[in-house]
Write a protein that binds this ligand. Structure first.
Ligand code: C2E
Ligand code: MG
Ligand code: MG
Ligand code: MG
Length: 283
């Protein structure tokens, strides 16, 4: 009996598990092919501050030839486990820098910043800083227009390596943002050590900010903390005017979310920015 249970616990052949593994292996192969065939694209979600579009968060999109759009929530973890995040991440950085360089001659677009999400695996690899500097140098992008979004778990992995890399990149003008703030485990003493420019309030706190007093208290606390550390505080996932007003009443003046726009294809994002700029000129 004990032997049978023992065998159960150590079962090597579990058809359900096998199916999951096979699906992952297949998706990973598709991802490899997809990279080669240019199936990945970037979407640009406008970010507002004090009533104007000041930049965009760059978000990866994968249009699978048979399965249709696949969410980054699904494929980023797989890319991280398989190491494909290195190629994808470098491509995102380079493409964002190409955008910034292309915008440099335009009086309106040249004012925008681009925020790029960076995975822990990507950030902690030895060549990360040279990779960012090469993307900037080869495109001619202004480093001050590039912002990297890091997560709390990334910082915790190796705080000394993190600070060193951040300081190095900051010396070129690159900005840093702490994404999904409040969902991880970073301590306040870490926050003090990091040369950050921005804290992003996770959308999980924004969603019920009007109905859940705890979420409201957390959102207010993050704004107060970030502001007193001299950081910009940006709310994520703002979907309603009432949420936006709550944030504004509580001194959070930067936000992104469906209330203004979902992540957009490049041309639509540029059209939105140009449209608002010319509307502003007319009033
Ligand atoms: P994130 O960096 O926190 O990005 C914000 C997510 O919230 C995006 O989901 C965005 O589309 C979504 N969002 C924006 N406004 C709203 C809103 O008003 N309501 C709701 N419900 N959602 C909103 P997305 O594009 O599916 O990306 C999910 C996550 O995948 C990102 O979370 C980020 O962690 C990761 N990711 C996306 N692109 C990249 C990338 O290029 N590199 C890396 N390493 N990670 C990426
Ligand atoms: Mg982000
Ligand atoms: Mg986020
Ligand atoms: Mg998130």
């Amino acid at each position: 009996r004990a032997k049978a249970e023992g065998r159960n616990a150590l079962r090597f052949f579990d058809p359900e598990m096998q199916a999951v593994v096979e699906a992952r292996v297949a998706l990973e192969a598709d991802m490899r092919a997809g990279i080669a065939q240019g199936q990945f694209e970037l979407a640009y979600q406008p970010q507002m501050a004090l009533g104007s579009i000041v930049g965009a968060e760059v978000l990866m999109r994968w249009l699978h030839p048979e399965k249709g759009p696949i969410s980054p929530v699904q494929f980023i973890p797989l890319a991280e486990e398989s190491g494909l995040i290195h190629r994808l991440g470098e491509w995102v950085l380079r493409t964002a820098c190409e955008r910034l360089a292309a915008w440099a001659a335009d009086p309106v677009l040249s004012e925008l910043t681009l925020s790029v999400n960076v995975s822990a695996q990507q950030f902690h690899q030895a060549g990360f800083v040279p990779q960012v500097l090469a993307a900037l140098a080869s495109t001619g992008a202004d480093a001050r227009r590039l912002r990297l979004e890091l997560t709390e778990s990334l910082l915790l992995e190796d705080i000394d390596d993190t600070v060193k890399k951040m300081v190095r990149l900051k010396s070129y003008g690159v900005g840093f943002s702490l994404d999904d703030f409040g969902t991880g485990y970073s301590s306040l003493s870490y926050l003090k050590r990091l040369p950050l420019d921005e804290l992003k309030i996770d959308q999980g706190f924004v969603r019920d900010v009007l109905t859940d007093p705890n979420d409201a208290a957390i959102a207010r606390t993050i704004v107060a903390l970030g502001t007193s550390l001299g950081l910009q505080v940006t709310a994520e996932g703002v979907e309603t005017e009432a949420q936006r007003q709550f944030l504004e009443r509580n001194h959070c003046y930067a936000w992104q979310g469906y209330l203004l726009s979902p992540p957009l294809p490049l041309k639509e994002f540029e059209a939105l920015v140009m449209g608002r700029a010319s509307a502003d000129l007319m009033v």
